[in-house]
Design a protein around this ligand. Structure first.
Ligand code: SF4
Length: 381
């Protein structure tokens, strides 16, 4: 029997409209079939629980993500939570968008056991909200934040975007000032990316909008980091800051390679023994298919996956953990001598973590480390 912690991710795939930058599995449906969705979510979790020896104490966390889970009626959320939670479930999070809830809804959320909110704020700037296709106004955002402050949740988080088309430093500063006035316990950062096939990427390719230049992107990233750190936030992952102890337990678990059951259209899961799962991302295929696609990863793939997430965390890579996959890190001397490598990593005995200047070059460092992965048996020869 497996006694390590595990987590449940539940994907609620509906949104009022599709934001032009979004490439998630999202359906726009006037009357979403919530009841059918709920029944399949529960049966898929229970089916998965029968497949492996999951911890009998139940999930440590449950996370309702989307899509827009705040569109789902309380009764369905309650049934799911009542069925899946156990006394050991310490964190239940729901993503909420401004304009979808009111103080009564928030009270219901608390009543059914939800103790953490993740708020899709993105920006307080009216023009940028519009360009991002967000259906809310800055006033909706402020109202939601006031209600959340009054509701007394254990924890809550703001999603903040930067790198928006034509976004100036002054506009970002103004977003930060306004956000900090609400004193969020946790902040998640999202630099806008132009995902292939999205309307925003098409507009960029046609020259209708312009991506901000790289220097400005770096200035914005640094401004956010310095501002949050000055206000007492700990960066505990490349894109996540909190006032300790408000680290997101669900995400922390996933970053630490703990197992999770991912259910809902397009949802991914990670089981014991390096098994990854993936549900179909269209409604008909999802509702009809009883089992997810299952992929058993090689030790090498497991080591790469673990390394990629571990280096993004402030605790970094602990070599003995990597060795459990049968791998270690051997960095060629010519790379070790490069300023990029020396300045970006802080290596103390067997722990390799990003230094303060390393966060911004995490992708480059990750590439170097993936190339440095070496099988232990080869190293010994
Ligand atoms: S609200 Fe979120 S999930 Fe829905 S379309 Fe917009 S970005 Fe995508």
């Amino acid at each position: 029997m497996m006694n390590s912690p595990y987590h449940i991710y539940i994907h609620a795939p509906w949104c009022r409209s599709k934001c032009p930058y979004c490439d998630f599995t999202v359906f726009v449906d006037r009357q979403p079939p919530f009841e059918q969705w709920m029944a399949k979510i529960i049966s898929d979790v229970q089916w998965t629980q029968q497949q492996c020896s999951w911890n009998p104490q139940g999930p440590s966390t449950i996370y309702f993500g989307g899509g827009t889970p705040s569109l789902v009626s309380i009764e369905y959320l309650k049934t799911i939570i009542d069925t899946l939670r156990t006394p050991k479930t310490s964190e239940i999070t729901i993503e909420v968008n401004p304009g979808d809830v009111n103080p009564t809804t928030l009270g219901f959320y608390k009543g059914i056991g939800i103790n953490r909110l993740s708020l899709g704020i993105q920006t307080f700037n009216r023009q940028h909200l519009k360009r991002l296709g967000r259906g809310n106004t800055p006033q909706d955002t402020r109202q939601l934040l006031n209600w959340v402050q009054d509701a007394g949740f254990d924890s809550w988080s703001i999603d903040l975007m930067f790198g928006l088309p034509n976004q100036t430093i002054a506009e970002l500063e103004s977003d930060l000032i306004e956000m900090l006035a609400f004193a969020p316990p946790h902040v998640s950062l999202y630099g806008l990316t132009y995902k292939e096939g999205t309307p925003l990427a098409r507009a960029k390719n046609l020259g209708k909008i312009r991506d901000i230049d790289e220097d400005l992107w770096v200035d914005q990233f640094n401004l956010i980091t310095q501002t949050l750190q000055r206000h007492g936030y700990l960066r505990y992952e490349v894109s996540n800051f909190c006032k300790p102890p408000h680290e997101a337990k669900h995400n922390q678990g996933i970053w630490k390679n703990e197992h999770y059951i991912g259910v809902g259209p397009g949802a991914h899961g990670f089981w014991t023994n390096g098994t990854r799962t993936h549900y179909p991302n269209t409604w008909p295929a999802w509702i009809e298919k009883s089992e997810p696609l299952i992929e058993v990863c090689t030790k090498e793939q497991q080591a790469i996956d673990w390394l990629i997430t571990a280096i993004r965390h402030h605790q970094g890579i602990y070599l003995p953990r990597l060795k459990q996959f049968g791998y270690t890190l051997i960095v060629p001397p010519q790379i070790q001598q490069q300023p990029l490598f020396q300045q970006s990593l802080h290596i103390v005995e067997e722990r390799w973590a990003l230094s303060e200047s390393g966060w911004i070059v995490v992708d480059r460092i990750t590439e170097i480390l993936v190339q440095a992965l070496t099988p232990l048996n080869q190293h010994a020869e």
